[in-house]
Unconditional design. Structure first.
Length: 230
């Protein structure tokens, strides 16, 4: 069951393995819904924090969109979804918003954080990317505040940014139907849902071709990946 509300109001909130903290409802589904479904199937606990409610969207109906977001999260197997409630279209990486997201990182204690790619075309995306990356750093500081224990996330990755070369691509072929089902939960997100699904299909196939599979989802990270030639 998906539980929605700011995490500070939940008792005994379990730690999660992965937290996707992106700008708007539907962003996690569109950019990494297959990956979230794949992680959930593998027994990983995944949370989604929408930084805004997407209320400035042309087709938005805020109350309905929150219900749609919860149904989409349940489709993907997410254990918790919340909204930070920052203003859509006016998202900023301020000290107040940064500390609010830092608290969510400390409470959820994810091993991996998924943020919006800084090159995504929406005006909120750069702020969302910086906000989550900075919050992840601050959450690990032991003397930042006296209210919550510090938590150091092991890895921050960025979803989206179709024009950029990804650091890695996840094979989501087996979970593509789950991703599409989650996107279909939304009636207030897209002007034409079928056009949006076709666009997702083209991008998924393009990325999948990079690694020799049918469908893929791309991620970037700032640090070099560790590896050996042989």
């Amino acid at each position: 069951m998906v539980r929605r509300m700011a995490s500070q109001y939940l008792d005994n909130l379990p730690e999660v393995d992965v937290a996707a903290m992106l700008a708007h409802p539907g962003t996690a589904e569109f950019y990494c819904g297959g990956t979230i479904a794949k992680l959930s199937r593998a027994g990983k606990r995944v949370a989604i924090l929408d930084l805004t409610s997407g209320e400035a969207g042309s087709f938005s109906q805020s109350d309905l969109k929150l219900d749609e977001a919860d149904r989409a999260a349940a489709t993907l197997g997410v254990v918790w979804r919340g909204s930070a409630g920052f203003p859509d279209g006016r998202l900023e990486d301020t000290i107040m918003s940064r500390m609010s997201v830092t608290g969510e990182v400390k409470r959820l204690k994810p091993k991996v954080l998924i943020a919006t790619h800084w090159e995504d075309r929406h005006p909120d995306s750069l702020a969302a990317s910086l906000l989550v990356e900075n919050a992840a750093y601050l959450a690990g500081l032991s003397k930042l505040d006296d209210y919550l224990a510090p938590h150091r996330t092991e890895r921050v990755v960025f979803a989206g940014g179709a024009s950029s070369a990804p650091s890695f691509v996840v094979d989501v072929t087996e979970f593509w139907d789950k991703k599409i089902a989650a996107l279909r939960c939304y009636t207030t997100l897209f002007a034409e849902i079928e056009e949006a699904i076709e666009r997702a299909d083209r991008e998924g196939r393009r990325l999948g071709e990079m690694i020799g599979v049918r469908y893929g989802e791309a991620f970037a990270q700032r640090q070099p990946l560790r590896g050996d030639l042989l």
